[in-house]
Design a protein around this ligand. Structure first.
Ligand SMILES: [Zn+2]
Length: 417
């Protein structure tokens, strides 16, 4: 199938290189007004200005009138926990009422309680719940997504989660990366024996996961009261030895030392960064580790946002992701993430789009397949209603502007997979 998309009002994200953008480069969003794009099979075959289009060069089998809308590369959401068993809106109401984290945990909230629910849910139900969330985020423009385990916290339940992620990978048109986050929290039975749990991670969980080829990455929740920098390094080094590249939850609740550990280990990304000091800023800016910012989480938890402006201005590479999870970010809608990045974190619209596409793709090592509109890349994009400019998109933050979603060269509806 060779498909022509014509009458494109604004064709965006035309980055010539598949490398992460940093500093002033992040504000450059190459685009063409009044454009066409051709897909062949699941790939982008050609694009250009409408006035340069010569039909004789192609044997077009399908034609789509974009009606002056924008055609933009799909979102690349590089941090989610989309496989979970139950929603936690009771906790949400408790937080509104002012209950503390400890009080909420005592009433059945928090990661450990998500873990109990997940351990009790069978894998078919878990799969169906996660599949429905994937369908939802795809309709909101996401074309590539990273999904973590970490609500299992036993060998059996972590394997169950990762096998669900593998099924999603095999049965949906979305590009999916899997991350083993067994080090999300210490399970209750290891509360007084943290070394025992780390031993379980190193000697049983990592080998079993690698044997079944269930993950590309290893993640650790490096925070006060969770995993220390030394424990984070120990777990990540074991992961690296087994072929899993680290990505780390760092500096969300406090300055944890997680950024420096991640940079030293050559982590692909350090994620959250709501609490940053000069040492962490400096470590990140002088590295190729990507700082992934998750404004949904700081919004939902009423916490300070990550210092996006400072990070961009000091030359750090940053990406934007949803953190979709039941406790602190129950939304995987990247349109909202981009709007929040502009409104609350003062990122320019171009910076936010780039951080949520090409830099997100780099944070999943998928930059050769997605994240921009380039010949040879997978045809993952969405089409919008006509917009007067790119800035209109995050400005009109409450409007659903997407009219069509294309993944792997095919138009995708809610019921397509
Ligand atoms: Zn997370």
């Amino acid at each position: 199938m060779t498909c022509l998309y014509y009458n494109i009002g604004f064709l965006g994200g035309l980055h010539p290189l598949n490398t992460p953008l940093r500093g002033a480069e992040l504000a450059v969003y190459p685009s063409i007004n009044d454009a066409y794009l051709i897909t062949e099979g699941n790939k982008i075959m050609a694009y250009g200005s409408m006035q340069d289009f010569s039909p004789a060069n192609y044997s077009i089998t399908h034609r789509v009138d974009v009606n002056k809308g924008a055609l933009l590369p799909s979102w690349c959401d590089s941090h989610t926990h989309i496989v979970f068993a139950g929603s936690r809106e009771n906790e949400f109401v408790d937080k509104i009422k002012g209950l503390s984290y400890a009080e909420i945990a005592a009433k059945g909230g928090g990661i450990l309680n998500s873990a109990i629910k997940l351990q009790q849910t069978d894998s078919q139900e878990l799969y169906e719940l996660a599949l429905e969330r994937v369908r939802e985020v795809v309709q909101a423009g996401t074309g590539a997504i990273e999904i973590k385990s970490g609500y299992g916290l036993t060998l059996e339940a972590e394997l169950k989660m990762l096998r669900v992620i593998k099924r999603l990978k095999e049965n949906t048109p979305v590009l999916i990366r899997a991350t083993f986050l067994g080090a999300h929290a210490f399970p209750t039975i290891y509360k007084n024996n943290p070394d025992g749990y780390i031993k379980l991670l190193l000697t049983e969980m990592i080998p079993a996961i690698v044997k079944e080829d269930l993950a590309e990455y290893i993640d650790v929740f490096c925070e006060e009261g969770f995993f220390s920098p030394a424990q984070t390094a120990l777990i990540c080094e074991a992961g690296i030895k087994a072929g899993l590249r680290p990505r780390i939850h760092a500096n969300q609740l406090a300055i944890s030392g997680g950024v420096q550990v991640g940079v030293t280990l050559g982590a692909i990304s350090v994620d959250h960064l709501e609490s940053m000091d000069e040492a962490a800023m400096k470590a990140l800016s002088s590295s190729s580790t990507i700082g992934t910012l998750l404004p949904n989480a700081s919004y939902f938890l009423r916490m300070q946002d990550a210092p996006a402006r400072k990070l961009i201005d000091n030359g750090s590479i940053i990406a934007l992701a949803s953190d979709f999870n039941p406790g602190s970010a129950p939304s995987g809608n990247m349109n909202g993430v981009v709007a929040q990045a502009c409104i609350r974190m003062r990122m320019l619209p171009e910076e936010a789009f780039n951080a949520a596409t090409i830099n997100g793709a780099c944070a999943m090592e998928l930059e050769n397949q997605c994240g921009s509109i380039q010949v040879g890349k997978i045809a993952n994009f969405f089409i919008t209603k006509p917009i007067p400019s790119l800035a209109y998109y995050p400005y009109a933050f409450g409007s659903n502007l997407i009219t069509k979603v294309v993944l792997q060269g095919k138009e995708i509806h809610h019921s397509s997979f």
